[in-house]
Design a protein around this ligand. Structure first.
Ligand SMILES: [Zn+2]
Length: 469
């Protein structure tokens, strides 16, 4: 009896001790920006208070009146595909995430299937050995052979599934219907890369003799392809129920179709990538093959529509679609853009683009920044309120950023394995300075401060744990 009392007493004492205090910050809470700080105990927020009410702690950090917000959740990042490790890995990709204020990323397969319990188990093991930030991952690519595995993987904490309307993993509308029906039964969501293959097949014929111009890549994939596929996929969702998530929307027609779906009460959400918020189709000939990705860069009108939809809440989340490659795979397209790898760096750039092009240009508010980059992804991936919020009992995942600091982007600041960045030489305003995952500082002064293995797998659907309130 006495030993149980002793251990109970010890537990209470431990709970009271504060490991870390950050003071003199501007906290980005769900209610808005307030002055004060936070305390962390055992990896979770234990105190949120004005400076004079903050307790003492082992480690005290002065935020210098910079902004402290929940860490970003990057819901679409190609980080660790077992046979594509020359592109990125849990080690390098998670460092890029940390350097961008991302405290949890959701990995997505590139070429290798994630569609069995064995593959899930191995992927969790690898990530917990190598990642410096927390992570989860997608199942997919969903096709006629594997959609029945959806309930099993949802049980294992994998609640997000990827499918394609177009090549290289094209799935027909019948199978997409089956997959969304499964999702409607067991929860989770189906994310579809939405471009119509028939339109892509026809329009690429118009580019014969023009493939030396990088912009031909964008012209060969017209807005119509995105519009038609999104319309079809929303029709399937209206028929089956189930949560449909449209991957990386890029066009004004696509945004309009999603907005119409939302207003009809269909459970459809979507995401936007930093490169589509930053660059235009007209930049492609100047930037060369590095600017090739799918869907491609679009027009000024499309970019304006994306910012508008992000501000109005019609685009739910920001994601990187981080998919860089060794530079040789980009240089292969110098004479013929078809030969270049499609994909760019991005997870280190989400917050920078939202600050420089959004907050600092009046296109985004702080409350919307919080929602699209952290709170909404936590909700969509079933991690809220464990992640995505500064709240007592939630994981102490946060980033401290200076919204006014000017920074010239160079490849040597980037932690991706690829060694290049689409943003090379650009001066941007607003930059993450420190990143913390469960109370441990993983990034600061331009350096990664933790060893591989700090990151923990986050089961989707685990967000409902008691928040200690
Ligand atoms: Zn992708």
């Amino acid at each position: 009896m006495s030993s149980s009392l002793t251990s109970k007493h010890r537990k209470q004492t431990e709970r009271r001790s504060i490991d870390l205090v950050v003071h003199n910050a501007r906290l980005l809470l769900e209610s808005g920006l307030v002055r004060g700080g936070i305390g962390v105990s055992d990896g979770v927020f234990s105190v949120i208070a004005s400076d004079e009410h903050l307790p003492d702690a082992d480690v005290i950090i002065d935020a210098g009146q910079k902004i402290l917000m929940p860490g970003l959740i990057d819901g679409h990042a190609h980080i660790n595909d077992p046979t594509m490790l020359s592109h990125e890995s849990f080690k390098s990709g998670s460092r890029a995430a940390a350097g961008g204020g991302v405290t949890t990323f959701i990995d997505m397969p590139l070429t290798n299937q994630v569609d069995s319990e064995e593959i899930v188990t191995e992927k969790i093991r690898q990530g917990e050995e190598d990642s410096v930030v927390d992570f989860s991952f997608y199942g997919g690519m969903i096709n006629e052979n594997n959609y029945k595995v959806i309930p099993t993987l949802v049980e294992r904490g994998i609640g997000a599934f990827k499918a394609f309307s177009c090549e290289p993993y094209q799935t027909n509308p019948g199978v997409l219907t089956r997959a969304l029906s499964e999702v409607s039964e067991v929860g989770g969501h189906l994310t579809i890369h939405s471009e119509d293959q028939g339109v892509l097949d026809e329009f690429k014929k118009d580019m014969e003799g023009e493939w030396d111009a990088p912009v031909s890549h964008s012209l060969s994939r017209p807005n119509l392809a995105e519009f038609l596929a999104i319309r079809q996929n929303i029709s399937i969702a209206s028929h089956t129920g189930g949560h449909l998530h449209i991957a990386h929307v890029t066009t004004r027609e696509g945004v309009n179709e999603i907005e119409r779906g939302k207003l009809r009460g269909i459970m459809v959400t979507t995401e936007v990538c930093p490169h589509h918020l930053m660059f235009y189709r007209d930049d492609m000939n100047r930037l060369g093959p590095m600017s090739k990705m799918n869907p491609p860069l679009r027009t000024r009108e499309d970019k304006a529509a994306l910012w508008s939809a992000l501000l109005r809440g019609m685009i739910d989340i920001t994601v990187s679609d981080h998919a860089p490659c060794p530079i040789e795979k980009k240089e292969a397209g110098l004479e013929d853009i078809r030969e270049a790898w499609s994909g760019v760096d991005g997870t280190q750039m989400i917050l920078r683009v939202l600050l420089s092009e959004g907050i600092n240009k009046g296109r985004l508010s702080y409350s919307r920044l919080l929602r699209v980059s952290s709170r909404n992804p936590a909700r969509i991936f079933g991690l809220y309120p464990k992640k995505g919020v500064i709240r007592v009992g939630s994981d102490a995942d946060f980033v401290i950023f200076d919204p006014n600091r000017e920074e010239k982007l160079t490849a040597d600041m980037m932690f991706s394995k690829c060694g290049w960045t689409l943003y090379e030489g650009m001066t941007m305003r607003g930059s993450p300075e420190m990143t913390f995952v469960r109370g441990v500082q993983v990034f600061g002064e331009g350096k990664i401060l933790t060893r591989p293995g700090h990151g923990r797998f986050q089961a989707m659907g685990s967000g409902e744990r008691p928040a200690g309130e």
